[in-house]
Write a protein that binds this ligand. Structure first.
Ligand SMILES: Nc1ncnc2c1ncn2[C@@H]1O[C@H](COP(=O)(O)OP(=O)(O)OP(=O)(O)O)[C@@H](O)[C@H]1O
Ligand SMILES: [Mg+2]
Length: 560
């Protein structure tokens, strides 16, 4: 008993996919069992139909009335059709529910994982995992696993009957089963490597399409349309190569397995014939034996054909699991009263790689201060902001928020509650201007939306638009100017009224006059946050209490 338990434990440890799949399948087990029952009922009725048709023919041949047989036959067919319709509806619903459920979980997981880890994946790759891979897993759960279970049940039933009939014959019929099993495991492993390549090439293909469509302007301005199409073709060819290799290997696997079992069938046939020749069995036994061996064959061949599909499911499960295993970002429960918040950076060391950007750097920003961060391009200004926002963790040192009540908390995902951020570059979503601004505060009143727009010096241009705040803007702010998009992003940050505001070159596209209007607007806004501004412009410095410079892996105070 202990050996069996140990074996099961070992199997569990070695089958993370199965455990993972089982975990996600649990809620769907009752519905899945029902579809399996439907399938079993449908196959039983199909056997019944065969019996009815045989009786129909027998009755007709001896001149008996066949009306009841015909009615029964039609009923059987209608019932079978009905069961098939219900069962296929059920399967589709399970598949949709499951794929949506798993997609939602992976999507949530991506949103709650460390930004730094998620950013290592191309968005096209993430898309492939969220769509194609989760689709494969859902197909596995809703279709392939039930099919396998039904085939195994059919196989076991036939085997048990055969075993009762003649144990020796049953064993003979399965003589080559271990060979087939080992062969399928070996080929399955090879197939999995190829399927991983197929999914990876699919990810590159999708990544390229996503990226080139979002950068269509660059392709057009550099007249690289043909080059891009050629590159797409190359990626397509690469995918084709792996698909063909995988298909070939899949055919070898399923044909190898079915040939092995057919060889077993021939052996069983020879054994039966030998027994028949010595009159050890009758012709009747031989015919029953052949029928049963035949019935063993079909589920086995069915199973052989599911090998490549099972491999697809496992490969995709692995790719989805990889995302599920991403480290979740730290969220501390304790927080500080979100008023008059400052930040202390102490002995900070950080580098994306061996290249160190900060080495034992320290700085303190007091509550209510307007502080400019300056430094050469590529020196680490945005990186410092990302560390303060806890998008990444420092290699050494501490970043702590504090307030004037002497409360302190180390930066973590939760501290973003009291921070507002305007990132570098265009970060607007497609939708109305109002939708974009309300992202800063979902339940904001219209008055609050207009107040934020006024503070961001965006009110005038928005009210001149025919549809005002209801104007729909395209992807990445398409339809409005870069500087207008920047002001909407600032309004989105201001409406949150967070006590700690970070602007990363948020006014870089504005002319000097508008930039000063924005800075005035922020200074005179109805709340007064602590503000960190990254800037390359001298004009902005006039609005700041202090200037700190990042240079030589240190953060130093600059004389104003
Ligand atoms: N995700 C990343 N992985 C590896 N290196 C990175 C990553 N992001 C930035 N870097 C590198 O880190 C350095 C600092 O980048 P950062 O974006 O902080 O510069 P910056 O001071 O904000 O520059 P700019 O003024 O041009 O915006 C750069 O050399 C950059 O190449
Ligand atoms: Mg930057």
């Amino acid at each position: 008993m202990r050996t069996i338990i140990n074996y099961l434990k070992k199997l569990r440890a070695n089958s993370p996919y199965a455990v993972w799949l089982l975990k996600y399948t649990k809620p769907y087990l009752p519905a899945l069992s029902l579809t399996m029952l439907f399938s079993i009922a449908a196959s039983l009725i199909s056997i019944g139909t065969a019996v009815v048709s045989q009786q129909l023919i027998d009755n007709a041949s001896i001149g008996k009335t066949i009306t009841s047989n015909i009615v029964l036959y039609i009923l059987c067919i209608l019932l079978m059709q009905l069961i098939q319709i219900i069962s296929s509806m059920f399967t589709v619903i399970i598949q949709e529910k499951f794929s949506f459920g798993i997609r939602k979980q992976v999507y949530e997981k991506i949103l709650h994982s460390c930004y730094h880890d998620v950013s290592k994946y191309h968005s096209g790759d993430l898309m492939t995992r969220l769509t194609s891979d989760t689709g494969n897993v859902a197909d596995g759960i809703a279709n392939i696993i039930p099919r396998i279970i039904i085939l195994v049940v059919e196989f076991l039933a036939s085997f048990i009957v055969l075993l009762c009939y003649d144990p020796m014959l049953a064993v003979f019929a399965l003589l080559l089963a271990p060979v087939g099993g080992i062969l399928s495991i070996w080929l399955g492993k090879k197939l999995k490597v190829l399927q991983t390549k197929v999914q990876e090439s699919e990810a590159s293909y999708r990544s390229f399409i996503t990226e080139s469509l979002s950068n269509i302007l660059i392709i057009k301005s550099f007249r690289t349309e043909d080059y891009s199409t050629e590159h797409l073709q190359e990626l397509r060819d690469d995918r084709m190569k792996w698909v063909i290799k995988k298909q070939r290997m899949g055919l070898v696997a399923s044909s190898g397995m079915s040939l092995t079992f057919q060889a077993g069938y021939v052996l069983a046939l020879a054994w039966g014939a030998a027994k028949l020749s010595t009159k050890a069995i009758t012709y009747g036994t031989m015919s029953v034996f052949l029928t049963l061996v035949n019935r063993l064959q079909s589920p086995i061949l069915g199973l052989a054909h599911t090998i490549p599909q099972v491999v697809n499911v496992l490969t995709s499960a692995g790719r989805v699991m990889e995302l599920q295993n991403l480290p979740v970002e730290t969220e501390l429960k304790e927080t500080i009263t979100p008023q008059n918040v400052g930040v202390k950076v102490e002995h900070l060391s950080f580098g994306y790689s061996d290249d160190v950007l900060f080495d034992d750097a320290s700085v303190s920003i007091n509550p209510g201060e307007f502080v400019a961060i300056v430094g050469a391009s590529g020196i680490g200004k945005t990186t410092l902001i990302r560390l303060i926002l806890s998008f990444m963790n420092a290699n050494a040192g501490k970043i702590q928020f504090f307030n004037d009540k002497n409360e302190q908390v180390e930066t973590n995902a939760n501290s973003r509650e009291f921070m507002s951020y305007v990132p570098q570059g265009n970060t607007l979503f497609s939708g109305t201007i109002e939708y974009n601004i309300r992202m800063g505060k979902k339940d904001a009143t219209d008055e609050e939306v207009y107040e934020a727009l006024r503070a961001a010096a965006a009110y005038d241009f928005v009210s001149e638009l025919p549809q005002g705040i209801h104007t729909v803007i395209g992807e990445r702010g398409y339809g409005i100017s870069e500087g207008q998009a920047q002001r909407i992003a600032i309004a989105r940050a201001l409406i949150k009224k967070a006590p700690f505001l970070i602007l990363d070159e948020a006014t870089s596209s504005l002319d000097e006059k508008t930039e000063l209007a924005v800075l005035e607007g922020i200074k005179n806004f109805s709340y007064h946050p602590t503000c960190l501004l990254i800037t390359h412009r001298r004009s902005v410095l006039a609005y700041c209490d202090r200037e700190i410079r990042i240079d030589n892996k240190q953060i130093t105070e600059q004389p104003m």
